[in-house]
Design a protein around this ligand. Structure first.
Ligand SMILES: Cc1cc2nc3c(=O)[nH]c(=O)nc-3n(C[C@H](O)[C@H](O)[C@H](O)COP(=O)(O)OP(=O)(O)OC[C@H]3O[C@@H](n4cnc5c(N)ncnc54)[C@H](O)[C@@H]3O)c2cc1C
Length: 414
């Protein structure tokens, strides 16, 4: 009988799997972490620091999720209540693991640029609520200097007289904010963790299901076999609905998709802090709860409604190589629309050029980022069954709160 035509061009591959490949998983560890984004790695790092054996698995060959697509901004100062506590608790861990694992970080703080008296008033109100020195109010000249626009600064007398129609009328420096490089941090942290005793990071290994264990409390079925553990943290970001649809439905989880761009630094600009603007103040909790927040919203609605229509948070940071990370817009759907709207990119770029006082920016990359979002609350920690906990940051602050949240969850282990 002749071979079917495909047999010669597509021979069936066979492989002897009697000897387990080098990538085989350990049969049993104290803690399994599913997902090697920043939330999963923070749980792995702090569990290992407690002396527990840890296995991290990620379905992809390297991290390409929300944790590498963001601004790398630990937006600590603008959080409020429990999120502020998590952000502050995580701050020391960011600096500690930056030193130990050797990834770049800077205690840069953030600058919030004010272009109207209302924006300045919001900044003043937050400064009054915080300990002296945490939020430093800036004159127009000081703000421009921190934006690398020192030559544009008005004379001191003008700076002290805010004018609604002026470019920059003042600002604030948020002392406690940190920055890391989103493109390299997760890869470096994962690689370093993998070199530590009692931690293994295994890529291209998907979690497929979760059950009770036979020798330990829980069992994870993966695409490379089963692993048993006393505790499993499932940190799969916005894909929590793919594994636990009922939990995601209860927490009303959606995907928030954001448009981002990278550009070369105009004129060799060197920018230390993260830069936030009025639309940032409309999004972060510490600003939103202030008495003048409503007036700020009304002002932006009146002056720049297009920004609200795309859910803009006009902000930017600079990577260590000088590249500017520019963003962002927000759209909420259960399944994200994959297409980027050029009009959204144009609008964001236009407003950022205004803040930087430049005529043009040379865009080198554009991308979509997605994070989990919920109107129920900004954090999901759900006990799925004994020893299996789903953890997802359901707001755009996962870099900021990851280590604080991990500390809380790991400390709660028996
Ligand atoms: C454009 C953008 C800007 C942002 N800016 C900021 C900011 O400035 N500051 C801030 O604090 N936060 C910011 N965020 C939010 C922050 O990036 C996220 O909250 C955070 O990165 C979420 O981390 P994560 O580890 O939960 O998710 P991810 O980084 O998405 O990682 C989840 C991992 O789980 C893996 N995975 C999924 N399913 C499985 C499975 N079944 N088995 C194995 N592995 C699986 C994926 O491969 C992935 O690597 C921003 C987000 C975006 C998109």
């Amino acid at each position: 009988m002749p071979h079917p035509p495909w047999a010669s061009i597509n021979p069936v591959m066979t492989q002897d799997l009697q000897n387990p490949p080098a990538s085989a998983l350990p049969a049993s560890v104290d803690v399994v972490v599913v997902g090697a984004g920043v939330v999963g790695l923070a749980h792995a790092a702090l569990a290992a620091d407690r002396g527990l054996s840890v296995l991290v698995i990620d379905r992809d060959h390297r991290a390409v999720g929300a944790s590498i697509r963001n601004f790398g901004h630990c937006c600590i100062t603008a959080q409020t209540g429990g999120l502020y506590e998590l952000a502050m608790a995580g701050r020391k861990h960011w600096l500690d693991f930056s030193a130990r694992a050797g990834f770049w970080s800077t205690e840069s703080g953030a600058v919030v640029v004010a272009r109207t008296a209302t924006e300045l008033q919001v900044l003043r109100e937050l400064a009054e609520r915080r300990e002296p020195g945490q939020i430093v109010l800036l004159t127009a000249a000081e703000t421009l200097t921190r934006l690398g626009r020192g030559q544009d600064a008005p004379a001191a007398t003008e700076a002290s007289a805010p004018n609604e129609s002026a470019d920059v009328v003042g600002g604030a420096w948020l002392r406690d904010d940190l920055r890391v490089d989103p493109r390299t941090t997760v890869a470096n942290l994962a690689a370093w963790l993998d070199t530590q005793q009692d931690i293994a990071v295994r890529w291209n290994t998907s979690a497929l299901g979760f059950e009770a264990g036979t020798t330990r409390t829980a069992m994870v079925r993966t695409s490379r076999g089963v692993v048993e553990a006393d505790q499993v943290f499932v940190c799969v970001g916005h894909d929590v609905d793919l594994l636990f649809p009922d939990v995601a439905e209860q927490h009303r989880i959606e995907r928030c998709s954001l448009q981002m761009a990278a550009a070369g630094a105009p004129g060799g600009l060197e920018l230390e802090p993260a830069v936030l603007t009025a639309t940032s103040m409309l999004r972060y909790g510490a600003f939103v709860e202030l008495p003048s927040a409503a007036a700020l919203l009304a002002q932006v609605q009146g002056q720049d409604p297009e920004l609200l229509a795309i859910g803009a948070n006009v902000m930017f940071t600079q990577r260590p190589d000088g590249t500017l990370l520019l963003g962002d817009s927000h759209a909420y759907q259960k399944t994200a629309d994959p297409f980027l709207a050029e009009s959204t990119s144009d609008l964001l770029l236009d407003r950022i050029k205004g803040v930087l006082g430049v005529e043009s920016l040379t865009v080198t990359e554009r991308w979509q980022g997605i994070y989990a979002s919920s109107d129920v609350g900004p954090i999901l920690v759900a006990n799925i069954r004994p020893g299996i906990t789903a953890v997802s940051v359901t707001a755009g602050i996962g870099m900021t709160v990851s280590f604080g949240l991990a500390e809380r969850n790991v400390n709660a282990l028996p």
